[in-house]
Ligand binder design. Structure first.
Ligand code: BEZ
Length: 224
């Protein structure tokens, strides 16, 4: 079945983009990466999403995350659409965006990566791309996948938030609870014995009492 599962390595595809031909692994280098797909160029929701994504590039760069978009139109269409996106952002209507957009006019990559939305079709009856978010780690493995239908725009604050959680939990033995935001307390992972947790988290481990008597709700301040 086409698509990517958590832990899968990113396919090392070659593609034409608005910034030239790329090979995906070379593009990612040693960085984290976000690949996000769009139903079509010159569509309203996509324009607002790409505008917001462009504004957030400094935030993603701070986190060492490279961004790349995909839409099932040509490079020429992407460049022309980029002018609209910049104008939507209140900027000069240039062809340049701060990340490349992959041209997947024949839907080859969209099929391979499981990105098509069967409910949304173009005028020829061909399925459009859904709004997929893939986050890859520096090991090029898939760390997170979110799939929205074409009719629902993404929340890029949430995407930044999950990147913060992914990066924190990749390096520390913690997990982030419901509605966590950077700076909030985190949970000690269930597999870590209490004695080790005490040593690893010098700011303290706070356990909430529960009717079951089981001591699994263990919080600690967010580690540095
Ligand atoms: C949009 O980006 O506005 C859109 C694209 C496909 C279906 C619905 C909305």
């Amino acid at each position: 079945m086409p698509g990517l599962l958590l832990g899968d390595e990113a396919p090392n595809f070659e593609a034409e983009t608005t910034q030239g031909r790329i090979r995906f692994h070379d593009f990612l280098g040693d960085s984290w990466g976000i690949l996000f797909s769009h139903p079509r160029d010159f569509t309203p929701v996509c324009t607002t999403e790409l505008g917001r994504a462009a504004k957030l590039v400094p935030e993603f760069s701070k986190r060492n995350v490279k961004m790349i978009a995909l839409s099932i139109d040509s490079v020429q269409d992407h460049l022309s659409w980029s002018k609209d996106i910049n104008a939507y952002n209140g900027e000069q209507p240039e062809e340049k965006l701060p990340f490349p957009i992959i041209a997947d006019a024949n839907r080859e990559l969209a099929v391979k990566l499981g990105m098509l939305d069967p409910d949304e079709r173009d005028k020829d009856g061909m399925p459009l791309t859904a709004r997929v978010v893939f986050v890859f780690g520096p090991d090029k493995k898939l760390k997170l996948s979110i799939l929205y239908p074409a009719t629902t725009g993404r929340n890029f604050d949430e995407i930044l938030r999950v990147v913060d959680s992914l990066q924190l939990t990749a390096y520390k033995k913690v997990a982030t609870p419901v509605d966590w935001k950077p700076g909030d307390s985190v949970m000690v992972v269930p597999t870590l014995p209490d004695e080790e947790a005490k040593k690893l988290f010098p700011k303290g481990v706070f356990t909430k009492d529960l009717p079951s008597g089981k001591k699994y709700l263990r919080y600690t301040p967010q580690p540095e």
